[in-house]
Design a protein around this ligand. Structure first.
Ligand code: AMP
Ligand code: GLY
Length: 427
């Protein structure tokens, strides 16, 4: 099978690493990819949202499967573009339809979906310009903290948790009236604050059946001890010690099954990953958000742990046999540590030379995934805020995290930073 993978992050490096191992994978192309994905396939310079260029490429290169890494092309209708085109419709597309991708693309859509299917989530109210004045009154009497969410995609910056009423009013006005996130914030969801521990569960579904392919805890804050601004993710661990059989049973019965049944009932065409962002409050799981793709860096910890062939799983999803698949996980503990560029998640420099790869003392228990990197002549340089994600496995989370840190200590670029406490609460 010839495969085209869209995306350029650590997630795509991990997916290409895994898919290249499959005996079903003949040629693998990554658009646009990074310096890491080039180790497992051919990078092609086509944009993730450039469906016309993807079409030409798929026809010219006899592509059989399109795997969509990030959410944007899915929310923009990549699935529908391929399935509605005579020349492309037989290509397996891993990712939901545009309509179903609204589970991530619109907070309002996903909250209503959860309400219709009685899936546990925080209570909420939504506001637009039309009921802005009511919204201000609503916020003024709301208990603190107040969770404000831009309805649409806002590059991970659309959720603001406010600890005082004035701040909440400012953010509210900024989003709706000043259109801080353009059309994405003309509608705002105001949500009840949930106090608990977060965990993410990953499912592959054909819209009828599903398989759980892993779970992970993500460390979102830039600073050690979980302080400072939110990032795309500074590290991950899997499995998560508090996710026991009893908890997973609740997640399946109350969240995963009603979600998949809801998709089917509403004829929402879904052929891909569902990322359930969950929070555990008093031992009960609630949904914080749905994403219509794998997480980053969650993929870098979940996919190496998954022992089942991923390309076979994608094919099974497409031909209606997903239910028969056997899912195996490595018993070891996995930890990913992400190295970022100085200044991230605010402004940071790019094109910084990364050194240390040449004489690296590697062990067989670690994998270096590239995120924001690119090859320039003989050098690998930084090309984003999150630069590398090193995953290791061991008997304990602490040992796995230590192995990842030991690898990163041998690598250098100006301003490089990584958290040294990934998995700290589980040591
Ligand atoms: P989201 O983009 O929806 O994942 O939100 C980003 C982060 O905001 C989540 O991972 C949580 O840490 C936090 N968050 C979102 N909604 C809530 C909520 N209702 N209560 C508490 N924290 C929340
Ligand atoms: N690490 C969070 C995400 O991928 O959305």
């Amino acid at each position: 099978m010839n495969i085209l993978l869209l995306g350029s992050g650590g997630r795509e490096h991990a997916l290409s690493w895994k898919m290249a191992k499959s005996h079903h994978c003949d040629k693998l192309f990554i658009a646009p990819g990074n310096a890491g994905t080039a180790q497992f396939g051919t990078n092609v310079s086509i944009g993730i949202n450039d469906f016309n260029a993807q079409k030409k490429f798929c026809i010219d290169n006899k592509i059989n499967m399109l795997v969509v890494g990030p959410e944007e092309p899915l929310v923009n209708g990549a699935f529908d573009y391929f399935k509605n085109d005579e020349a492309l419709k037989n290509i397996i597309v891993v990712g939901p339809s545009k309509e179903a991708a609204q589970l991530e693309g619109s907070k309002s859509f996903s909250k209503k979906f959860m309400q219709r299917h009685k899936i546990p989530t925080a209570g909420y109210t939504e506001f637009t310009k039309e009921n802005f004045e009511n919204g201000k009154k609503y916020l003024a009497q709301h208990s603190l903290p107040i969770v404000l969410k831009a309805d649409g995609l806002a590059a991970g910056k659309g959720v603001v948790i406010c600890n005082d009423h004035n701040e909440a009013l400012q953010v509210f006005e900024e989003m709706i009236i000043n259109k801080q996130f353009g059309d994405a914030s003309t509608k705002v969801v105001v949500e009840e604050f949930l106090d608990g521990i977060e965990v993410s569960v990953f499912v592959l579904t054909d819209g009828k059946d599903y398989q759980i392919i892993g779970h992970a805890k993500d460390y979102k804050r830039i600073g050690e001890g979980d302080i400072g601004p939110n990032t795309g993710g500074m590290g991950c661990v899997s499995p998560v010690p508090f996710v026991d059989d009893v908890f997973m049973q609740k997640v399946e019965e109350r969240i995963i099954k009603p979600t998949v049944a809801g998709l089917q009932k509403e004829n929402l065409v879904y052929n891909g990953f569902i990322f359930f962002g969950l929070i555990k409050v008093n031992d009960e799981p609630l949904v914080i958000e749905y994403n219509c793709r794998m997480g980053d860096p969650e993929t870098e910890v979940v996919i190496p742990r998954l022992q089942t062939d991923l390309v076979s799983l994608f094919a099974a999803m497409d031909n209606g046999t997903l239910i028969d698949a056997n899912i195996y996980f490595d018993e070891k503990k996995y930890a990913t540590v992400v190295a970022v560029s100085g200044g991230y998640p605010s402004d940071y420099k790019k094109n910084l030379k990364i050194s240390g790869f040449e004489n690296l003392k590697m062990n067989n228990d670690s994998i270096i995934f590239h995120a924001g990197t690119k090859q320039v002549d003989d050098d690998i340089v930084t090309n984003g805020g999150r630069v590398l994600a090193v995953t290791s496995f061991a008997e304990t989370i602490a040992d796995a995290a230590n192995k990842s840190k030991k690898i990163l200590e041998q690598i250098h670029f100006d301003g490089m930073y990584f958290r040294k406490d990934i998995g700290y609460e589980f040591e």
